[in-house]
Design a protein around this ligand. Structure first.
Ligand code: AHG
Ligand code: MN
Ligand code: MN
Length: 334
C-alpha cells in the first residue's frame, strides 16, 4: 500500500533539511493547521450557523468586513495566543500588530502575518475562499518586545509561507524554502495528507487571470498585453483562456497547478493595485518562486521590496516565468 504522509509526519521528516527549524517551526505550522481546521468547519456550515453576510463595519483598509472575516481573524489570533510559537501577529483585518508578550510567548523567535479570509466577497455565494500566511524570524532581540521592524522585512526573509484553500476539498499548501507541497484535508479522519508533492508550474501555461472590468484604469502596457493574449496565434497557443474568481487563493492555486499568469495591476482607482504586500503578495511570491515561477510588480521582484507600512499595496504579476516576462516587456515598452 502506498504510504501517505500526514502533514505532521512530513514536517518532522523534512525539518532536518531546514536550517532554522528545530521543533519551533513544526509547532507553528501545527497551530496553522489547527486554526485552518476550525475555519474550515465554520465555512462549511456558514449558511446553517447564520454567519453569512456583512457585519456593517469596515476594516482598516475601508473594505466591508464579512462575519466570516472577523470569525477567521479571531480563530487565528486565539490559536496563537493559546500557544507559544509566535511573539506577534499582523492581520489584514487589524490596524495594528498584536503583541504577545506574556511568559509563554516571550522567547519565541517568530512573527506571523495573515490574511485570515481571502476572497471574502465570495463567501455568500459559495465560491472558494482561503487563508494566507507568512512567517518571519524576528529581527529584534528575543526576550524583548516585538517591534514594527520585525514585521516590515522584505519578503525574501520569509522562513515559511502558504495558504489554505477551502474549495471542493480543503488543501494546505506551504513552502519553507525547499519546494512547495500540498496536503488535502480528510474530514473523516481530521488530518491533512500529502496529496500534491513538490508542486512546480508546468512548462507552458495559457490561462490569464485579471479583473478585466478595470481595463479602462490599467496602464497602457497592460492594455496592450491583454490585446496580445487575445490575438490568434496557433503556434503560441493564443488566444489564452481567461479564468478569474476574485479569490486570489483560488486563482493562484489553479494557475500554479495548470500554468498561467495572474495580474492585479495598478489603476487610477487603485493607484498601487489592490493586493497587500505583507499579507498577500509576499507569501504568494515566495510560493511562486519555490514552484519555479516569477512574481513582480511589473519591474521589480516582489520579494525584494522593502515594506514601508503594514497595509501597503503593490501591483502584482505572477505566474510562469515566460508569461510574466512577456507582460513586463509590454509594461517597459508602453
Ligand atoms: P480579501 O477578501 O482578503 O480582501 O482579498 C480580496 C482580493 C483577492 O482575493 C482578489 O484576488 C482580489 O481582491 C479581487 O479583487 P477584485 O474584486 O477587485 O477583482
Ligand atoms: Mn485577500
Ligand atoms: Mn481577507
Amino acid at each position: 500500500m502506498e504510504r501517505h504522509f500526514t502533514l505532521g509526519e512530513f514536517i518532522i521528516e523534512n525539518q532536518k533539511d531546514f536550517p532554522y527549524a528545530k521543533g519551533e517551526l513544526s509547532a507553528l505550522l501545527s497551530s496553522i493547521k489547527l486554526a485552518g481546521k476550525l475555519v474550515n468547519q465554520q465555512i462549511n456550515k456558514a449558511g446553517l450557523a447564520e454567519i453569512l453576510g456583512k457585519i456593517g463595519k469596515q476594516n482598516v483598509q475601508g473594505e466591508a468586513q464579512a462575519k466570516l472575516d472577523v470569525i477567521a481573524n479571531d480563530i487565528f489570533i486565539d490559536t496563537f495566543r493559546n500557544r507559544g510559537e509566535v511573539c506577534g501577529l499582523g492581520s489584514e483585518e487589524l490596524e495594528d500588530i498584536v503583541i504577545f508578550d506574556d511568559e509563554i510567548h516571550r522567547d519565541s523567535k517568530y512573527i506571523i502575518l495573515i490574511d485570515p479570509l481571502d476572497g471574502s466577497s465570495n463567501i455568500d455565494v459559495d465560491i472558494t475562499v482561503g487563508t494566507i500566511f507568512s512567517i518571519y524570524r524576528r529581527v529584534s532581540p528575543v526576550g524583548g518586545p516585538v517591534t514594527p521592524e520585525d514585521f516590515l522585512q522584505p519578503g525574501s526573509k520569509q522562513v515559511a509561507a502558504g495558504y489554505i484553500i477551502y474549495g471542493t476539498s480543503t488543501i494546505l499548501v506551504y513552502t519553507s524554502g525547499n519546494g512547495v507541497n500540498g496536503f488535502t484535508f480528510d474530514p473523516g479522519i481530521g488530518s491533512f495528507f500529502l496529496s500534491h508533492p513538490n508542486i512546480k508550474f508546468p512548462k507552458k501555461g495559457n490561462t490569464y487571470s485579471i479583473n478585466e472590468g478595470n481595463y479602462v484604469h490599467f496602464p497602457d502596457g497592460i492594455k496592450k498585453y491583454l490585446k496580445w493574449v487575445q490575438e490568434l496565434n496557433e503556434e503560441e497557443n493564443r488566444p489564452f483562456t481567461s479564468r478569474y474568481t476574485g479569490s486570489l487563493v483560488a486563482d493562484f492555486h489553479r494557475n500554479m497547478l495548470l500554468g498561467g499568469i495572474y495580474l492585479y495591476p495598478q489603476g487610477t482607482t487603485a493607484p498601487q493595485g489592490k493586493l497587500r504586500l505583507l499579507y498577500e503578495s509576499n507569501p504568494m511570491a515566495f510560493l511562486t518562486e519555490q514552484a519555479g515561477g516569477k512574481a513582480t510588480n511589473g519591474s521589480e521582484r516582489i520579494l525584494d521590496i522593502k515594506p514601508r507600512d503594514l497595509h501597503q499595496r503593490v501591483p502584482f504579476i505572477r505566474g510562469n516565468v515566460d508569461m510574466v516576462e512577456k507582460a513586463e516587456s509590454f509594461l517597459s515598452q508602453f
